[in-house]
Write a protein of this length. Structure first.
Length: 238
């Protein structure tokens, strides 16, 4: 399918909310596997990919991001246009998703910290966050994600980065990966979308591919677990 042929409703239908707790990750990578150009994802991204990015934000209950990405990409307060906010409110969702940052150090500043939930596994303290953000102490990433689900934040969108994603794949917490392949060769030196220590293979199933006129390829994969049949994640479409 060409993304240019889809209107926003058709595009949104390809990235459904799932009727059980669900963790979706979204990344953009170059053809040769780089996660960033000069330390930022912006050099890989484009207007088409941003369209999917915004749809995924519209769909989620919580936006999960690692502190490294939060700092490197200079996260700002979440923005969603009026039409997308209305879409959410009509469906009984809050106007904006809940921002959730994963951090051990708690070294976080900036407007996007305001009202954020910070999942932390260590014992660090940061007095500047008191009354600004909610620090939630958890035993592990799995525990932190379970706490979010308990709060009714069932649909979680992880926007990276590689270390957080590695932690999530190690704990087998990733249900879906939306990956944009950007038509660039970045060359040696850049990280992949995942980092950390090796873990067993995780089998994924392809649910759709989208292409764009400027050579982007957008893929949606879901985790194939014994308990998940193909009908639960939709039919493969190309
Ligand atoms: N291409 C893309 O789609 C994309 C997407 C996102 C990011 N990126 C790129 O990725 C780079 C940043 O990635 P990164 O891997 O350095 O950072 P990251 O995964 O976003 O964040 C790493 C930090 O998150 C916290 N953290 C992660 N996992 C944790 C765990 N299990 N327990 C406790 N804390 C945990 C720690 O924060 P503290 O340091 O505060 O303790 C850690 O230093 C940037 O270059 C960014 O541009 C690219």
């Amino acid at each position: 399918m060409r993304i240019e042929e889809l209107d926003d409703a058709e595009l949104a239908a390809l990235y459904p909310r799932v009727d059980r707790p669900w963790l979706r990750a979204n990344f953009v990578s170059s053809v040769d596997g780089a996660v960033a150009v000069e330390g930022l994802s912006a050099g890989l991204s484009g207007a088409v990919d941003k369209r999917v990015f915004r749809v995924l934000r519209m769909m989620c209950d919580a936006l999960l991001v690692g502190a490294g990405t939060f700092r490197a990409e200079n996260y700002r307060a979440l923005r969603l246009d009026e039409r997308r906010r209305a879409w959410r409110v009509e469906r009984g969702l809050t106007a904006y998703p809940q921002m959730v940052i994963v951090s051990s150090s708690l070294e976080l500043t900036g407007p996007a910290v305001d009202g954020a939930v910070i999942l932390t596994t260590g014992g660090a303290r940061n007095a500047a966050l008191e009354g600004v953000a909610e620090v939630v102490r958890c035993e592990s990433l799995a525990h932190g994600i379970a706490l979010l689900h308990e709060r009714g934040l069932g649909q979680i969108l992880c926007e990276g980065g590689p270390r957080l994603f590695g932690g999530l794949t190690t704990a087998d917490l990733v249900d879906e990966l939306c990956l944009t392949v950007s038509p660039l060769l970045v060359g040696p030196g850049a990280d992949r979308i995942v980092s950390g220590t090796p873990h067993p293979l995780r089998r994924m199933g392809l649910t759709h591919t989208l292409t764009s006129d400027d050579g982007m390829l957008m893929l949606r994969y879901v985790r194939l677990r014994d308990s998940v049949g193909p009908s639960e994640y939709g039919h493969r479409r190309e």
